[in-house]
Design a protein around this ligand. Sequence first.
Ligand code: XIL
Length: 342
Amino acid sequence: DIPSLKDVYEPYFPIGAAIEPHQTTGLVSELLKKHVNMIVAENAMKPSSLQPSEGNFRWENADRIVQFAKENGMELRFHTLVWHNQVPDWFFLDENGKPMIDETDPDKREANKRLLLQRLETHVRTVVERYKDDIKYWDVVNEVVEPNDPDGMRNSPWYQITGTDYIETAFRAAREAGGPDIKLYINDYGTDDVRKRDRIYELVKEMLDRGVPIDGVGHQTHISIHWPPVDSIIESMQKFAELGLDNIVTELDMSLYAWNDRSDFGDQIPDHILAKQAERYGELFKAFRENSDILSEVTFWGIADNHTWLSSFPVDSRTEAPLLFDKNYHAKPAFWSVIEAA
Ligand code: XIL
């Protein structure tokens, strides 16, 4: 019998996993019960899942995940109220079905902006009111900063139509609907990158100065066995902690390939690659543990290598093995080095 991740990390932070509704039963659910005490929906709580058409809220899949967490004494994080992906088109169409981003008339643009912010507010309030007693941690906005886009803000329909107002509206509506006890996060990938990190910092600081309720930063932490340096991940957390913010690791996984590598190990992942992954996971968790005063959750984007979004991104259907358990749910070398790092 192997040790339990969540028990070993009990003194430091909860250990989480992203799951799909079907993973609440069967063998994988046993693995989850043993090793994690935090759950997040991989897809079931995104806007496209919860409100596929206007006013038509679908709760069934999300509820299954909430139920599973409650039955097993796990905490939950909500992912995500706002994103530029997996958000239905209807949000961004005006009353005549015309894309709001195509509008050139200034009065119509202003009316569209009000309409979009109102739709957003309805979405946020409805969802937060439903789950506020079950879910304490909330990804309010996801991936809104992009250093290469205008003003360093991701040039999504949200931004093109409302500027940064959508971010402010989402946080304020979440706080108003959820009360003071829920924790509100801005979530992003590549937060170790200095340009990205500094732009998020600037945005959050400016919002906090205006009283926008932001409690912390979610670091997705989709990394590879090569990149980025562990120090850069920790330095980013330290910088946000100086603003009085909480840090959480929200989507941890570790690709076997460099970002620009399009090769495929196929059926045979070399042992030295798995050893390298183990070494790096160990280094990472040692740093997490040493910084647990500024880090309050570590969640993996999955639990075992048979189910990982990386198998279809950025190269479709290649072999990826980014997690601590292999596709047969056996502990990998990386599991053991994470245990040793505790
Ligand atoms: C991914 C899911 O894992 C996939 O199943 C889905 O097809 C696309 O989205 N960053 C995020 C997550 O914030 O929501 C993404 O999840 C992975 C990248």
